[in-house]
Each structure stands twice: as structure tokens, then as C-alpha cells.
Design a protein around this ligand. Structure first.
Ligand SMILES: [Zn+2]
Ligand SMILES: [Zn+2]
Length: 263
């Protein structure tokens, strides 16, 4: 078994000191709990030993969509997140999440779901995605420079519109019980980065807030081949990302500190 490291990188800070502005109440919120390293390490050991994120291995000859092998290949690794919560009856509940899709899957049993309704997402995504793929093929085959530029412009415009329509499907619930679409929460309406709302922290917080769970610990780690910009390394812990998570975590954490005080 490979050794599990215990480094924290990116800002060297603790999650409890990671302040995010909440435009809903006009103040900064931090996560009032601590880390969740022990459960994260148990999960890392399980990933090391099993090399998949579930139990539906298909066996020899079949492809296992839950295999972690692709994380160590061309497609590279991804972030995983864990959260320790208290249920209403005082029981401890551990939740886990992977960032984005796992081998093309949004939903995997035992993992926090995305922040949108999957049927709706599929309905909105399918048509434009096919068109974008067709345009890409046409661009590649096109020999005329002018025509190619037009096709590229068409594809760019369609991608931008699709992204906007998809972002509007994300519904974020905070600990005051307030639910808003991502497009209302993100401060810069014109520049919501691709993948906003798909990271582990928003998935976990949203799951807790919609299931009457009180989060008391949270940790995120990277698993797999180092990313292209080389700032994410296998088995290392990271704070929520600055460009996608920080602008929405203020809203998502709203009301959590008060719940901690009442506990
Ligand atoms: Zn993030
Ligand atoms: Zn707030």
C-alpha cells in the first residue's frame, strides 16, 4: 500500500480560517468546524487498496466505471472531499464527494449528488452538446480559413450559452434554509467559471443543508496523477479552490455558525 501523506498545501491554512463573503447577509463566513483528516485517510487507504470508488466491479473483461485507474492516466486525478456531520438524533454521519463527474457519472451510490436535477441537466445539455461535437468535426475538416473562423465563433457562442443554461440549473441551499440558483449567487454574472458548484465542498455542504445534518469537519484531498498545472498532488490536502468555490461558499455557509452555537 502506498504511503498516505498528510501535507496541507495551497494556502497552508485551516479550513476554519477560510473566510468567504456572503452577499445574502453582507458578511464573511468561515467554516465553524474543523478538519476531517482521519476519515479522509481511511478513504485514501480504501482507494489505495480497492482501486475503485464503489463495489460494482464487473470483474475480468468488463469495464468498471468506478475504477480509479483513469485518475492515474491521461485524464489525471481529481479532488475528493469528506465531511463529518451530526444528525438530529446526535448520531455521527460521514459524507463523501468527488469533484465533477466520475468517469462520466454524476451519480454514484454513497457519494454526494450534484447540485442540479440530473434529468433536467441531461435535457438541457444533450442537444447543444451534439451540435458542439458536430461543429468540432466540421472545424477540423474545414479547409477554408474564413469559414473555419465562422464555425469557431458559432461553437464558442453555443458553448457559452449552454454553460449559462446549465449554471442556471444549480440550486444551492444554505443553513438558513434559503435556496438560490448559482446564477443569483455568483458575484460576477458574466464570468462563472466552468465547473463552479461541482467541487466537493459545495456538494457536501448542500447535501448537509438539505438533509438536516450539521457539518462539524471537512477535508479535501487530491487523488491520482498530478494535474497539468502541477499544483495538485496525489494524497495531498487542499482548501476549497479560490476561483470557483470561494465566491459561493459564503452563501452556502450562511447560518451554520448559529447552528453550531445552539448545538
Ligand atoms: Zn472548488
Ligand atoms: Zn450570510
Amino acid at each position: 500500500m502506498e504511503r498516505v501523506k498528510n501535507n496541507i498545501s495551497q494556502t497552508d491554512g485551516a479550513i476554519s480560517s477560510y473566510a468567504c463573503f456572503c452577499s445574502s447577509c453582507g458578511s464573511d463566513h468561515t467554516f465553524p468546524g474543523g478538519e476531517c483528516r482521519l476519515f479522509a485517510q481511511a478513504l485514501m487507504e480504501r482507494l489505495s487498496a480497492r482501486k475503485d470508488i464503489g463495489s460494482n466491479s464487473l470483474g475480468p473483461g468488463g469495464t468498471n466505471r468506478l475504477s480509479t485507474d483513469p485518475l492515474f492516466g491521461e485524464s489525471r486525478g481529481k479532488m475528493f472531499g469528506v465531511m463529518e456531520c451530526l444528525a438530529a438524533d446526535g448520531a455521527t454521519v460521514f459524507c463523501k464527494a468527488f469533484s465533477g463527474q466520475f468517469n462520466g457519472l454524476w451519480l454514484v451510490e454513497g457519494w454526494a449528488p450534484p447540485l442540479f436535477d440530473l434529468d433536467e441537466w441531461t435535457r438541457v445539455n444533450t442537444g447543444p452538446e451534439l451540435t458542439i461535437k458536430r461543429l468540432s468535426r466540421e472545424i477540423q475538416a474545414c479547409r477554408d480559413e474564413h469559414a473555419r473562423r465562422n464555425l469557431q465563433r458559432e461553437r464558442r457562442e453555443l458553448s457559452r450559452r449552454l454553460m449559462k443554461d446549465l449554471h442556471a440549473l444549480y440550486q444551492l441551499t444554505n443553513f438558513r434554509g434559503l435556496t438560490l440558483p448559482l446564477t443569483d449567487i455568483f458575484p460576477d454574472k458574466t464570468g462563472i467559471p466552468t465547473g463552479t458548484g461541482d467541487c466537493c465542498a459545495p456538494k457536501l455542504l448542500n447535501f448537509a443543508a438539505t438533509h438536516n445534518l450539521l457539518p462539524i469537519g471537512m477535508s479535501e484531498f487530491y487523488w491520482g496523477r498530478e494535474n497539468r498545472s502541477a499544483n495538485r498532488r496525489h494524497g495531498h490536502f487542499y482548501l476549497p479552490c479560490i476561483e470557483k468555490c470561494r465566491p459561493i461558499l459564503g452563501f452556502m455557509l450562511c447560518g451554520l455558525r448559529e447552528l453550531h452555537v445552539r448545538k
